[in-house]
Design a protein around this ligand. Structure first.
Ligand SMILES: Cc1ncc(COP(=O)(O)O)c(C=O)c1O
Length: 390
């Protein structure tokens, strides 16, 4: 959470005082307005607000018709939710390396493509854009779908286009830790009518056919799904957050660049990026030759009051710590567990702790300086002095 205050209180109050804050209503229609605004921003044709980023990822996968017998390539460095979204729809996550930018390594994607690959999921961890030109070319050549996990990249861009709205579908998170937040929340975007229709039906299976005219013009037949609806209170808060987003991103990016200018170029090296201007600016990533140097830097900064995160320490963001995946427990009921399904037999699920050595190496010699949009020039100067060992 970066910025929140009276505007969000007023927005939530407006929704509550309308006394109609079910998603479908004849009062503020906040969720509907938010979806219009999110579409206008990202340039996507369709948007659906949901309870979480995970909800958006699974709804997108369902919308693509992905299920048992299918493989989805995910990077070994992402929050476990990316991989669990794949097992949630009955498919198998195939875990790939990340490149120097800590996003999906396209060379490893190429190596891991198989006749079962139905989708590839680039993840914009810390708001870092992936190599989407190469991925788009690969997807055209091999016929798989691109599902973008933009959960950590609300408002991020790649070569002038919004992350999340470049592939076949994209998922955003608005949980407490994201660029904008409603405490919990998410959104799916797509230009594909059939993905949209199926995601609409899936994410609100019991109410979509009951409330309002949501099924007008929908051609896909109804099928069973889940309930990932949000209330108009969430919609109202998100609209207030959306107004703040350009300012949050501009200030994050400016402060990240200002800090990088002061510290990088000598001993400290900034990790490469596929689009440093589109990157959300939440994090300055520094790259070291080895873990020992990285840890020494971390300790020196900590001794001077600056916390540094080494991403190998970030628990469920690293595939080795994805217990449910590594130990192959995809569901409680054995008949619902995709790892036990006949259709998934023979797919690439040979998960071992050392299967992505480059990812582990890069994560253990990268240092994150978390950026605040509220820093003044003086703050940046003081932090730079610590990072520079002055
Ligand atoms: C990369 C990534 N993907 C997916 C998710 C899931 O988002 P949510 O917590 O909103 O379900 C997160 C959340 O932290 C995330 O960081």
């Amino acid at each position: 959470m970066y910025r929140i205050g009276q505007d969000e209180i007023d927005a939530a109050g407006r929704a509550i005082l309308s006394r109609e804050f079910f998603k479908i209503n004849n009062a503020g229609r906040e969720v509907q307005h938010f979806e219009e605004e999110w579409k206008a921003l990202t340039g996507a044709k369709y948007a659906l607000t949901m309870t979480s980023g995970f909800a958006a990822l699974t709804s997108a996968l369902i919308g693509m018709g992905i299920g048992p017998g299918d493989e989805v390539i995910v990077p070994g460095y992402t929050y476990i939710a990316s991989a669990l979204a794949v097992t949630a729809v009955g498919a198998m996550p195939v875990i790939a390396e990340v490149d120097d930018t800590l996003t999906l390594d396209m060379a490893d994607v190429k190596r891991k493509l198989s006749p079962h690959t139905k989708a590839v999921m680039p993840v914009y961890i810390q708001g870092f854009p992936a190599d989407l030109d190469t991925l788009t070319a690969l997807s055209k050549a091999h016929g798989f779908r691109i599902i973008e996990d933009a959960c950590q990249a609300d408002g991020g861009m790649y070569k002038g286009r919004y992350l999340g709205a470049i592939g076949d579908a994209g998922a955003f998170s608005f949980n407490y830790f994201k660029v904008i937040t409603s405490g919990e929340g998410g959104a799916l975007v797509t230009d594909d009518r059939s993905i949209y229709e199926r995601a609409l039906i899936y994410h609100d299976a019991s109410a979509v056919a009951f409330f309002g005219d949501q099924l007008n013009g929908i051609e896909q037949p109804l099928f069973g799904g889940v309930e990932y609806r949000v209330s108009d209170i969430i919609g109202a808060i998100l609209r207030a957050q959306l107004k703040r987003m350009p300012g949050i991103l501009a200030d994050l990016r400016r402060n990240r660049s200002a800090l990088a200018e002061r510290v990088c170029g000598g001993d400290l090296v900034q990790a490469p990026s596929h689009d440093i201007d589109g990157d959300c600016g939440t994090t300055l990533a520094l790259r070291f030759e080895n873990e020992a140097d990285c840890r020494r830097f971390q300790t020196r900064c900590a001794d001077n009051g600056i916390g540094i995160t080494v991403p190998i320490d970030t628990g469920k963001h690293v595939y080795t710590n994805w217990t449910q995946i590594m130990e192959k427990r995809g569901a409680l009921h054995p008949a619902m567990d995709p790892f036990k399904m006949e259709a998934n037999r023979g797919l690439q699920t040979d998960y071992t702790p050392d299967m992505c050595p480059r990812t582990l190496d890069l994560l253990s010699r990268t240092a994150y300086v978390m950026i605040s949009p509220e820093w003044s020039e003086k703050d940046i100067e003081a932090i730079a002095n610590v990072l520079n060992g002055k």
